[in-house]
Ligand binder design. Structure first.
Ligand code: UD1
Ligand code: UDP
Length: 387
């Protein structure tokens, strides 16, 4: 690291000062390995928007993944998309102005991602410096405009200075949108997180799983599934199978079940959302996984467990192409057919490292360092031109 650039950081200590914004469950998982790698040589300010706030949706992940306490919690809480995002914008700006990071790091596609990207891209410090914006999990596309996450990720990608893509497919999407020059293929940080957790998960298998030799693990929380009775009902019908189905219930889904007329099939065992180590242990022992989660599809693949995806498309197309994931949408007969299909359920098939080798986090830190150098160089050139 050239000593010259050290001076470009706003304070002493670490070489680069990064402000990380997280807010929802999957972002804690993704940020954990990066935060660990980042803090070896750099300063990180960790900001939690408070989008997720129940102990089981937030603090449990900080404990399980050994993430340092957030420096700031904006305590935004739940609300409509506009109200939540607006409140985040309002509360994030003064925090960024106070800390004046060299750059801001955002993850995935939630409202917390969107808000942090929008605030960062318009920020200027009193001395004229502007922070750069880096997006982890850039380039994912479902091509489903009804998903709020699709809107969020497209905006975040187009506002970012550095696009950290998990797959070649994501790189291709970025290239199609004219963003190739800002993109780097780094692999998927969820592989890093999963590898770290699987070594620690053995003692964390929840009691409910120890009571059943075989079970299907279910997660379902997407608004387009649980808030739409025309999809939620048929999906639940399809889960009335001969095996127990262990279902850690997301609060959005719990709220729908509590106020709705629709109950769960008798073989479905509802449990509270579980911590990350419990989840990784549950996944590893499952007969199959049924999910509408993005992260859980990949974790099923990493665990070598067949996955049925309760959506009409997926961003993680590679898992489908290699025969470990099947898109069953909200169709009960497709779900039953997948679980009964011996070829699909057979685990004796290749599982290439689609998402990298578990070293995405150091790759991301190296990419941030290179970007910081380039940004510093650009600033010096600008200042020399002005002089
Ligand atoms: C959000 C993300 C989604 C991500 C998911 C991960 C957006 C638009 N969506 O969806 O991409 O897959 O997180 O889980 O950002 N609630 C609680 N306690 C909590 C958190 C939420 O009770 O700690 C309830 C509230 O009633 C809230 C509802 O869950 O209204 C939905 O939460 P919200 O953060 O709006 O969206 P998610 O469905 O969690
Ligand atoms: N997860 C968990 N406990 C649960 C459900 C999910 O630890 O009860 C983890 C899961 O292993 C994955 C992440 O949460 O790492 C995925 O989050 P979610 O499905 O909420 O969001 P998505 O990935 O769909 O954005």
């Amino acid at each position: 690291m050239p000593a010259l650039w050290r001076g470009l950081s706003a304070r002493g200590g670490g070489w680069v000062k990064v402000l990380t914004v997280v807010g929802a469950r999957p972002q804690f998982v993704k940020a954990a390995p990066v935060s660990r790698a980042l803090r070896v040589a750099h300063d990180e300010i960790l900001v939690h928007t408070g989008q997720h706030y129940d102990d089981a949706m937030s603090a449990a992940f900080f404990r399980d993944l050994e993430i340092p306490e957030p420096d700031v919690n904006l305590e935004v809480g739940s609300g409509s998309h506009g109200a939540m995002t607006g409140e985040m914008l309002r509360r994030l700006e003064p925090v960024m102005l106070e800390h004046q990071p060299d750059g801001v790091l955002v993850y995935g596609d939630t409202n917390s991602t969107l808000a942090a990207a929008v605030v960062t891209c318009k920020l200027a410090y009193p001395d004229g410096r502007r922070p750069w914006l880096a997006h982890v999990e850039a380039g994912l596309r479902s091509f489903n405009p009804r998903m709020p996450e699709e809107r969020n990720r497209i905006v975040a990608d187009h506002l970012s200075d550095l696009l950290l893509a998990p797959t070649q497919t994501a790189m291709m999407h970025l290239a199609h949108e004219g963003l190739a020059a800002r993109a780097e293929l780094v692999g998927d940080v969820m592989v890093d997180a999963h590898a770290w957790a699987i070594e620690r998960a053995a003692d964390h298998l929840p009691a409910v799983a120890r009571e059943h030799d075989q079970y299907v693990l279910l997660t379902m929380h997407r608004a387009e599934n649980v808030d739409d009775p025309a999809r939620f009902g048929p999906i639940l019908d399809g889960l009335a199978i001969d095996l127990p189905v262990i279902f850690p219930i997301h609060p959005r889904t719990r709220a729908v079940l509590e106020r709705g007329s629709r109950g769960l099939p008798s073989n479905v065992i509802p449990v509270a959302p579980v911590g990350y180590l419990e989840m990784v242990a549950l996944e590893a022992r499952a007969h199959a996984i049924a999910t509408d989660s993005g992260g859980v599809q990949k974790e099923a693949y990493l665990s070598g467990v067949p996955c049925v995806t309760l959506r009409s498309e997926t961003e993680w197309v590679e898992t489908v192409e290699v025969g470990w994931n099947r898109i069953v949408d909200a169709d009960p007969s497709a779900l039953a057919a997948a679980l009964a299909d011996e070829a699909f359920m057979n685990r004796d098939k290749p599982r290439p490292p689609l998402y990298g080798h578990g070293n995405a986090a150091p790759g991301i830190v190296a990419a941030l360092e290179r970007h910081h150098d380039r940004a510093g160089m650009a600033r010096i050139r600008r200042e020399e031109t002005v002089l």
